[in-house]
Design a protein around this ligand. Sequence first.
Ligand code: GLN
Length: 537
Amino acid sequence: MNATKYIFVTGGVTSSLGKGIISASLAKLLQSRGYTVTIQKLDPYINVDPGTLNPYEHGECYVTVDGAETDLDLGHYERFLGVHTTQANNVTTGRIYQSVINKERRGDYLGKTVQVIPHITDEIKRRIKLLGTAHKFDVVITEIGGTVGDIESLPYVEAVRQLRWELGPANSLVIHLTLVPYLAASGELKTKPTQHSVKALLENGVQPDILVLRTEKTLTEDLRKKVALFCNVDNHSVIESIDVPTIYEVPLSMQREKLDVTVLRKLQLEIGEAPKLNEWKEFLKKLHNPKHEVKIALVGKYVELPDAYKSIVESFVHAGAKNECKVYLDTIHSETINEQTVAEKLKDYQGILVAPGFGERGIEGKILAARYARENKIPYLGICLGMQVAVIEFARNVLGFTNAHSTEMSHASPYPVIDLMEQQKGVTEKGGTMRLGAYPCALKEKTNAFAAYGKPNISERHRHRYEFNNDYLCDFEKAGMIAAGTNPETSLVEIVEIPSHPWFVGVQFHPEYSSTVINPHPLFVAFVKAAMKQKPV
Ligand code: GLN
């Protein structure tokens, strides 16, 4: 096999230009030409991983099969490529420094002054190359978080400079993503910010090979030529990334711009047939031509930031398209739900999803939402905390367990129906200590879960400390809430259902992490289907 090729993606001018989506789209195009591709995200913050960040800070924390708590861009990579990522796909400055400092303490650098250059940059380079050597990918795309010019990004840009020099031009290239703003007053697209951000890269010794220009308006030939001339790239290497209605259009617009062909040519890889992307196009066709519609309420507490529930939102896009159904998803703040408001807030929805979450704030609103769904026979999907509140609600209102609760919220509850897992009891550190990653689950026949998955054994990703308390399982099952899925090794309850309800499913795991464009998650598909059967509002 040939040596792994490395593509570095940097961003200039502003953040939020969609480096993750461009990286994922390019990867998709290369993958559909038969190359094995993976994408890595380097994040310049000092947290070792985003697991300890509030979703308000950085959006959702995405969990990989191997139990890494990672940046939400890894979710895009998996949704686009349908290939699992791992801990190695997300590296933060905190993790880099942690390993360098650990080595220093061990005495690995004995006698030396430990410095950003070469020690930190060497560790960055090692982490980038690790993916190439360990997993045998044809192409590794490494996305550098942040914006060129930021103090925090400097060691990463320096590592890229060194790697380009070490690997040579045929084995590596740099794609720089910038913004071409449109000035309505003068009716012009402006290239100066792009020129400046390329200059900032050049000051650090990195000449980009390809420029991807984010724009609201079509770029003229003249503008492309001007950018090419002033930024030292060839004309084919100025790529337009025009705003599109959905992120899933981006691979097609990158294909039209021949980003994949330009990349393959520069890396001296065989170009071959143009990818057909038939399944992808079929998905887009269904997405854009829905025959049905449903309204679903997403009850959570991080509603102000759409990225906080990114994977859930995208799972509904996939599941909606599969059902040829437009899903209108409204996020409802659980703190606004109380006895007086619950009916008013939720009466217009054909499905209710209670989101994952941590802590006491907004918990009673979530419990009320579960009760409303159960009593009014509205399809319900509870994810992680959303499953736990459904259990608490059932205990309080069906079993009559007054003040039943999770010990996360109340230590004094006489009925701790959700309790800390045995393995969690001595744990005091917060970072990376939850039950994380994929675990097996055995499904009971004749349940909604079994019908959705169509098989008896599944594996799903977890991220939690608390668990259904099996001391109460008999009481629940007798009263009509059953364990539809359990961990075959530990008997932990992973799925609860209410068989007398049209569709009431609570899952301790996170199905949203594994929904992809080509393989929408079966539980989301079944939930949307159940919601479609509910009378339209
Ligand atoms: N806070 C709950 C627990 O730790 C649920 C976590 C979640 O929803 N991801 O068990």
